[in-house]
Write a protein of this length. Structure first.
Length: 170
């Protein structure tokens, strides 16, 4: 049914060339690009740091990586990605590129992508570039869209009204 055909092209066949120097003396590092400093390399994806349900943290947390919180945090969190587990409670400001809330947050949430799942309970303002709120999520606060919600950490407010100078009529 199937048959193997032979290639009948004329010409020499190329054979792999033997190494010119023994394997033990070859410089193997020359095949890899080694960065000059760790600060100049882009962040590589690693597994998220997981704060378990029996853990309570009082204080701020800051990382360039990802965090999954299942316990209680009394402080601000700044991360690349933050997942708030169903059993988690965070009392403080959250700043992350991506925020997924399954549990409870009391405080402001700032993120490029913010998602409140059906089990989420958020009491505070949300500043976002994109937002998704699933049916069943509980949210009390205001929602504001910004092109860059991570910039400065300051929410722009409207300027107070300017009082008109009173004219002096005699």
């Amino acid at each position: 049914m199937f048959s193997k055909t032979r290639v009948t092209e004329p010409g020499p066949r190329t054979q792999p060339q033997p190494a010119t120097e023994p394997e033990s003396t070859r410089n193997l590092e020359s095949n890899f690009d080694i960065p000059a400093s760790p600060a100049s390399t882009p962040r590589t994806r690693t597994a998220p740091s997981i704060l378990s349900s029996d853990l309570t943290v009082t204080g701020n947390i800051k990382t360039q990586g990802d965090i999954q919180v299942e316990g209680t945090i009394e402080g601000d969190i700044r991360a690349h990605q933050l997942i708030v587990g169903e059993s988690a409670t965070i009392r403080g400001e959250i700043v992350a590129e991506e925020v997924v809330v399954n549990g409870r947050v009391v405080g402001r949430v700032r993120g490029l992508k913010v998602r409140l799942t059906a089990t989420a309970r958020v009491e505070g303002d949300i500043i976002h570039k994109t937002i998704a709120i699933e049916s069943g999520a509980h949210f009390e606060g205001s929602v504001q869209r910004q092109e860059d919600p991570l910039a400065n950490g300051i929410t722009p407010k409207l300027a107070p009204p300017v009082a008109k100078p009173q004219s002096t009529e005699d």
